[in-house]
Design a protein around this ligand. Structure first.
Ligand SMILES: CC(C)(COP(=O)(O)OP(=O)(O)OC[C@H]1O[C@@H](n2cnc3c(N)ncnc32)[C@H](O)[C@@H]1OP(=O)(O)O)[C@@H](O)C(=O)NCCC(=O)NCCS
Length: 405
């Protein structure tokens, strides 16, 4: 078997192979784009071929930027289009592609990659761990009154901003700008490169799928949030609310919940612990469902990754990290002083022993080390180790990602 990177000439074969792996028939071209693969960069795609040159597997990465705790922006390869033909599965084709992909990323100087997993059992073996989570909140409209005023800031007071429903064609640049400002401040969020908006790749509101777009503006008239939603058979479904702050989010939630001729509102992407549930006059108004992992993280260079993110408590931790897929092992002394981390090799006794996939889960602050200790994934070497690690890994705000790729 050969694994090679592709060129523009391979794109049709690449896309056909992915479709066959997923059991999908190729989509007919849509006016104005909207095909999932239109944002692929052919120099970041891999094809696996049999000895006689038949394509049997695909994998690719998008060049994204990921926001880390503390607001640091780093390059993150977004793994996508992973597929192996049903006729060639369980013979190590994916494993070979993953090995090649990780080697290519390292050679290119990248120190982490991310993905969305079609099935949870696939990627742990390659060193990926779930790092952000999301769920759906369904609210019957008659129970959806919010108890809070449409307030700016924690001090309360009416929202003096405005909401306007616009057509996609009128507000493309606004959405792109609002999303970009939001993702820079939100740990776990990914950039949506301009290319995606221009090509209308991905899911609504980027794609040309019909959606209503409610844009919120502050008192200065500057757009600072939007809600993208559809209405069908009495259900209003919110694809995403992107907001500069909680008050803008509340104003947009208030707006969608106020729709006539709607029996329920479904918020598709609510992170665990989001304040929205607490804002309903009736705490049980919102039913949580579809609770699932979203972004998975794979660290390729532990010291670089740990020193890149922001830290919010001083402390010290010795981490013994195993990377069975790459056959690597390292013991690292992580020292945090005044928000800056230092990470050096050590032979000191470890506080925690863990697999690199578990470190991926902890990295953005969305999974508590003590949870993984209690689950039996991470080994704590003394009674204070888990609590110390919880305090150290906590992020400035819970990570969340709602970009689909
Ligand atoms: C997922 C997929 C790419 C796996 O490809 P593959 O070439 O069969 O994978 P490999 O042979 O390299 O498998 C490596 C290991 O992962 C396991 N594995 C692979 N896919 C798995 C799955 N879906 N569920 C559970 N285990 C899986 C294999 O059993 C094997 O385990 P082992 O090392 O203990 O024997 C392939 O099944 C596929 O194309 N599925 C449909 C499309 C899809 O879901 N793509 C993923 C998008 S995120």
């Amino acid at each position: 078997m050969e694994i090679r990177s592709t060129t523009d000439e391979d794109l049709d074969v690449f896309v056909d192979t992915v479709h066959a792996a997923f059991g999908l028939f190729p989509e007919p071209p849509v006016d104005g784009g909207g095909l999932w693969w239109s944002a692929l960069e052919t120099d970041r795609c891999l094809l696996a071929l049999t000895a006689d040159g038949r394509p049997v597997g695909t994998a690719a990465t998008h060049a994204f930027e990921l926001t880390l705790p503390g607001g640091t922006l780093v390059a993150a390869a977004g793994v996508t289009a992973v597929g192996v033909l049903p006729s060639h599965r369980r013979r190590g084709v994916l494993s070979a592609m993953m090995r090649r992909q990780l080697a290519d990323l390292r050679a290119g100087g990248e120190f982490l990659s991310v993905l969305l997993a079609s099935e949870a059992p696939i990627y742990g073996r390659f060193g990926y761990g779930p790092a952000t989570y999301t769920g759906r909140l369904t609210v019957p409209r008659h129970r959806g009154a919010l108890a809070v005023p449409r307030a700016h800031g924690s001090g309360g007071g009416a929202d003096s901003g405005s909401v306007e429903v616009l057509r996609r064609a009128e507000c493309g640049a606004i959405l792109e700008e609002v999303y970009d400002r939001y993702r820079r401040a939100q740990p776990g969020a990914l950039s949506r490169p301009h290319r995606w908006w221009a090509l209308r790749a991905g899911q609504p509101p980027i794609s040309p799928a019909p959606r209503y777009l409610a844009v919120h503006r502050g008192t200065d008239g500057v757009p600072d949030g939007y809600a993208s939603y559809s209405i069908e058979s009495g259900t209003l479904t919110v694809d995403e609310i992107i907001a500069a702050d909680d008050a803008v989010f509340t104003a947009l939630a208030w707006f969608v919940l106020g729709h006539d001729l709607v029996s329920q509102v479904v918020f598709k992407h609510v992170p665990p612990g989001h304040p929205l549930r607490w804002q309903f006059a009736d705490f049980r108004a919102g039913e949580v469902s579809g609770d699932t992992d979203w972004l998975w993280v794979r660290l390729l260079d532990v010291p670089r990754a740990l020193t890149a993110r922001g830290w919010f408590t001083d402390g010290e931790l010795v981490l013994d990290v195993d990377d069975p897929f790459l056959g690597e092992h390292g013991r690292h002394l992580l020292t945090v002083r005044d928000g800056k981390a230092d990470c050096v090799p050590t032979d000191r006794r470890p506080d925690l022993s863990l697999d690199v996939r578990d470190l991926g889960s902890l990295y953005l602050g969305g999974t508590a080390p003590s949870t993984l200790v209690r689950a039996g994934h991470v080994r704590a070497h003394h009674p204070d180790a888990a609590a110390n690690a919880d305090a150290l890994f906590r992020a400035d705000r819970p990570p969340h990602c709602l970009h689909w790729f």
